[in-house]
Design a protein around this ligand. Structure first.
Ligand SMILES: [Cu+2]
Length: 133
């Protein structure tokens, strides 16, 4: 009888701790889509044109719920055929020449299995591309 009482006394707190942990995981899971790396890298300088953009995240992004835009000054350069290469990444193709200048990547991403949309942006610079072959 005493043994049963002891078990009952310990199992309730254990269950509420487990429930709290599950809740915390759920909350973190919704909020957590972090950009870990990119090509081009944030604030980097490149010596050549960019034909594709890649973003790496801490979770698997859903290309269908994600978007990448490339801006130069006030004009928008289309980034097409957004897909993943299977490395928690998004990749898209830049379909116009990217002459020297300052560029801004504006992205939005949704993790697979969530509805939360996370936004971000970063800049990079393309310096003298050199003569075309
Ligand atoms: Cu690819």
């Amino acid at each position: 009888m005493e043994l049963v009482n002891t078990k009952f006394a310990t199992s309730t707190p254990v269950r509420s701790v487990l429930a709290m942990l599950l809740l915390m995981f759920a909350v973190v899971g919704f909020a957590d889509v972090k950009l870990l790396d990119s090509f081009p890298k944030s604030d980097s300088k490149l010596g050549e044109m960019v034909t594709d953009l890649r973003l790496w995240f801490d979770v698997e992004p859903d290309p269908a719920g994600s978007k990448i835009e490339l801006l130069k000054d006030d004009s928008r350069i289309p980034v097409l055929a957004l897909h993943s290469m299977g490395e928690n990444d998004l990749m898209g193709f830049v379909q116009q020449p990217t002459p020297p200048g300052r560029y801004r990547v504006v992205w939005q991403a949704t993790a697979v299995g969530t509805d939360t949309v996370v936004y971000g942006e970063f800049d990079f610079i393309i310096v003298n591309s050199g003569p075309k072959p």
